[in-house]
Ligand binder design. Structure first.
Ligand code: ARG
Length: 563
């Protein structure tokens, strides 16, 4: 039972006639300083009922309350401060985590229902950007968090593999590209061609029309266009997979925009049936003024379909395929308007399940204060960032622990972990400026710090050859371990908060604070001292490793046992 519940019951027993259990629980506070106990009850609200000063009420209540579950109850002015019985609580908490292991904090909120998560979704023939990295690691972590609370996540890479830009690319390749150059350096070369197209098109606008025509050939399934497109797609995917492998992230589906090409007629037909389509200067739109939104452009004047139309088809496909409980889109903040329109059009079509679609936005990464854009070829290559981080991890291991076995693999886990953690530790909506040094920093509130704390705790357990036993009574009553015990108690709530807010940073912050609390404990306490609480202290260390590892897991990081 939670400390607040225990206190609420004890208080309720003596104020039954005047307050409900819920009212008591709502009045309870968490004192800011440990000197004021673990839970406090302010007596103000009883002043009116009892017609007495709150101070007096507090003292009278303290007399009557059954204090067997508490170390002590102190009256400070109008407050009743409850000090939990540390031995009793720590014993309960430690045996629970020893028993449940990594499943501590699991819930069955989701009833195993599917939750498609649209994530990563880079565009073919362009490098994966830092923005796509954010979507990839945030999406992956949300998938792991939702799994923990009982959902079945389905990770979908909605590849940007369709649209007029592929017409442009085909034109550029045929004019200025060679097969060999694309083979040697697929994304670099395709990006170069794309950039060249835009530069030339500024002087020669007729290129734009050529590009559109080439895309129409692709839409019509003409052999050469389809062959080139498939080739660009396959080469791009190979490069993307390199990065996904480094990150250790997999997908359940790679159905991208092109997959919906033959599923859009149905969308247009449904819109027609419901008389929702309007003509506007030759284009087809859906009026969304009832939602305070600009009309959604469904079909262009030349008959070409659009991003939003493909997303409508994808949404319907996901509803039919997965019968989802909710459907998430982990996509940058700058597409908020798009997702508002998407949900509104589907709602207008009578699909009430569109209420279960949620855009999970995140902030932009800027570099030197400016937006990163691929059109001008200004882009931070993710692979380079990851490799630099791994190199930096390697350097630090060489310096600190040169005899470490399996150094390369651990450097990879640490370096990649540093990049992932850096991205997840701030509220996802925060915008941050990207500097390489910042990402590969290993001190402070970083992934390597958490990993290092985990490894250090594991080494203590190894040294002591400690094997936890859930049937034993491990009880602690010192102030430093108590801080950690309370932290462990709050773990399930933390998981729920992260799931409800779709916010991996809640987990990352927890990991940092737990690591800090543990390091403080480690600094103040002789864990291996040979006294009658040694086993209990080791049990606490064990439980800390279980939770740190689970935190790292929920964020998509590895937890090396030595580093
Ligand atoms: N490919 C898009 C981009 O890079 C992101 C796609 C997001 N997913 C979606 N279903 N629209 O901007």
């Amino acid at each position: 039972m939670k400390n607040k519940e225990v206190v609420a019951k004890a208080v309720f027993d003596v104020v039954k006639d005047d307050l409900t259990l819920e009212q008591v629980e709502r009045l309870l506070e968490n004192p800011k300083s440990a000197a004021h106990g673990d839970v406090a009850f302010p007596a103000f609200s009883l002043a009116k009922i009892y017609r007495k000063a709150p101070q007096q009420i507090a003292s009278e209540l303290a007399e009557k309350i059954d204090d067997t579950s508490f170390e002590k109850i102190e009256v400070v002015g109008p407050y009743l401060n409850f000090f939990m019985n540390k031995k009793q609580v720590s014993q309960e908490v430690l045996s629970t985590v020893i028993d449940q292991g990594e499943h501590y904090g699991d819930f069955n909120l989701g009833n195993d229902n599917n939750v498609p998560i649209d994530m990563s979704s880079p565009n073919i023939a362009k490098p994966i950007s830092m923005g796509h990295l954010r979507s990839t690691v945030i999406g992956n972590s949300i998938a792991l968090i939702l799994q923990k609370v009982g959902y079945q996540p389905v990770k979908i890479n909605h590849l940007g593999d369709w649209g007029t830009q592929f017409g442009k690319l085909i034109v550029a390749y045929k004019k200025w590209g060679t097969e060999e150059e694309v083979r040697n350096n697929p994304i670099g070369e395709l990006l170069r061609l794309y950039v060249e197209f835009h530069e030339k098109a500024e002087e020669d606008p007729s290129l734009e029309e050529e590009g559109r025509a080439a895309f129409r050939r692709l839409e019509n399934g003409e052999e050469e266009a389809v062959r080139l497109w498939q080739w660009f797609r396959a080469e791009s995917l190979k490069e993307f997979d390199k990065i996904y492998n480094m990150l250790g992230i997999t997908f359940d589906s790679y159905k991208g925009e092109a997959f919906y090409e033959d599923k859009m007629d149905e969308i247009v037909e449904l819109l027609e049936e419901k008389h929702l389509l309007k003509e506007d200067q030759g284009a087809e739109i859906v009026d969304l003024s009832a939602y305070d939104l600009n009309p959604a452009l469904i079909k262009k004047r030349d008959g070409g379909t659009l991003y939003i139309t493909r997303d409508m088809a994808a949404a319907l496909y996901r509803k039919r395929t997965y019968d989802f409980a909710k459907s998430l889109y982990v996509v940058g903040n700058e597409q908020s308007y798009h997702f508002k329109q998407l949900k509104a059009v589907l709602k207008e079509m009578g699909f009430d399940w569109s209420d279960d679609m949620h855009h999970i936005p995140f902030g932009l990464i800027t570099k030197d204060g400016k937006k990163l854009s691929t059109r001008k070829g200004k882009v931070v290559l993710l692979e380079e960032v990851l490799n630099d981080a791994i190199q930096s991890a390697q350097d630090q291991i060489a310096e600190k622990n040169p005899s470490l076995e399996n150094k390369e693999e651990i450097a990879k886990q640490v370096g990649v972990g540093a990049v992932i953690f850096h991205d997840l530790k701030n509220d996802r909506l925060n915008t941050f400026d990207f500097t390489l040094d910042e990402v590969v920093r290993f001190e402070g509130e970083t992934g390597p710090y958490v990993q290092y704390t985990y490894a250090r705790a594991m080494s203590i357990l190894r040294k002591a050859s400690f094997i936890p036993d859930k049937k034993k009574n491990y009880a602690l009553d010192d102030a430093d371990s108590w801080e950690i015990v309370k932290f462990i108690q709050g773990y399930p709530e933390m998981v729920l908060e992260a799931a409800e807010k779709y916010e991996p940073s809640v987990v990352a912050k927890h990991a940092i604070r737990l690591a800090q609390a543990f390091n403080k404990y480690y600094g103040n306490t002789r864990i291996l001292a040979e006294d009658d609480q040694q086993e209990a202290r080791l049990a606490l260390v064990h439980v800390v490793t279980v939770l740190l590892k689970e935190d790292l897991h929920l964020l998509g990081l590895q937890a090396p046992e030595r580093m």
